[in-house]
Ligand binder design. Structure first.
Ligand code: ZN
Length: 348
């Protein structure tokens, strides 16, 4: 357990945000140094995003692939100095998900016999397309467990993601004579109000489609009629929604251009699947508590494998303040997740 806390703390010190390619590489190099030579190790880089894969056997079809990301979201410089306070480990990435990476690294470090592998990438926070979104094509594990922070819950469902870039065009003019122009912001806002009505009010947690207006770009001056306006919409959908119908309905509003920079399917794993049942059993044996399966709104990189029909789950430590100041991970839970996965691997 001490080793995992030390490893997590070391990983936190690397400022692995998206604008820091050198730090991403340094962090990957550090991981490589932790792994024993007997493992089959591949270090690579795809579109500027470094990654590392290690497997016990020389195969791309391991029985279990432990998967994680070393990148983190932006933080104050002080957040890259790990601190232990009582039962908590503070620092950017302590919870999401350098502790999870450390657990997976530790498990690979120790494993000599079982057919397991580790895949750590560095672009999950910006969509994962160049990391797992690239690597999954050549890898066919029987099971993927992402050691993402899940507060001990075994995640079986993630909502699908649809990002829309919506553009409205108007006609430029002087602010003092608006009748000579056509205000693109006005037009865009009018369409936005209509789109908003297509979704339930996102004022409480419910397993339904949601809409978030993430950004708007337009306008330069008080006295100009803007000729163009754009907005970014983040739509999350469930198995009860038809994503193509959502797009079609929005396109049918006319007078706007609708692009889909991101469209990701939902991830659904069957609770009855034997690996999930085994994980549940091991969890209950180790913790003496009832295992919980969970549906979650956020996406993770496991969706790429899930899209190929591979069984996937996110399972990991407890903590709080994901993507926020004062992020922390529960130290005891690091040891527990490690123990559960260690036991689980024995059953493979
Ligand atoms: Zn994460």
């Amino acid at each position: 357990m001490k080793e995992i806390v030390k490893l997590t703390s070391d990983l936190i010190k690397f400022q692995t945000t998206k604008e820091n390619p050198k730090e991403l590489q340094r962090c990957v190099d550090y991981v490589a140094k932790q792994l024993p030579k007997r493992l089959h190790i591949t270090k690579g880089i795809n579109k500027g995003k470094p990654y590392i894969i290690a497997s016990v056997k020389k195969t791309k079809k391991p029985k279990l692939l432990l998967e994680g990301h070393l990148d983190v979201v932006e933080a104050e410089p002080g957040d890259f100095k790990p601190k232990v306070k009582g039962k908590k480990l503070y620092g950017r990435g302590s919870y999401d998900m350098k502790s999870g990476c450390a657990i997976a690294i530790q498990l690979l470090k120790e494993e000599k016999e079982k057919d397991i592998a580790l895949m750590l990438t560095t672009d999950e926070e910006i969509g994962g397309e160049d990391g797992v979104g690239h690597l999954y094509k050549q890898w066919n594990p029987r099971l993927v467990i992402a050691t993402e922070p899940s507060n001990y819950e075994i995640t079986i469902k993630n909502k699908g993601i649809l990002w829309l870039k919506v553009t409205a065009k108007g006609k430029a003019g002087h602010g003092s004579t608006p009748w000579n122009g056509e205000n693109a912001i006005d037009k865009l806002m009018d369409k936005y109000q209509k789109i908003k009505k297509m979704f339930p009010k996102p004022n409480k947690k419910r397993w339904t489609a949601t809409l978030n207006l993430g950004w708007i770009k337009s306008g330069e001056a008080y006295n100009k009629v803007p000729a163009e306006a754009e907005m970014g919409l983040d739509i999350r959908y469930t198995e009860h929604d038809d994503v193509n119908k959502i797009i079609k309905k929005i396109r049918n509003l006319k007078g706007i251009k609708v692009e889909t920079p991101q469209k990701q399917p939902m991830r659904i794993t069957d609770i009855k699947e034997p690996h999930m049942q085994k994980l549940k059993k091991v969890f209950e044996k180790v913790t003496k508590k009832k295992a919980r399966f969970k549906s979650t709104t956020g996406g993770s990189d496991t969706r790429f494998f899930a899209g190929k029909g591979i069984v996937t789950t996110d399972f990991g430590v407890k903590g709080k303040n994901l993507h926020a100041p004062n992020e922390w991970a529960d130290i005891k839970s690091m040891g527990t997740v490690y123990k559960i996965l260690k036991e689980f691997i024995k059953t493979l």
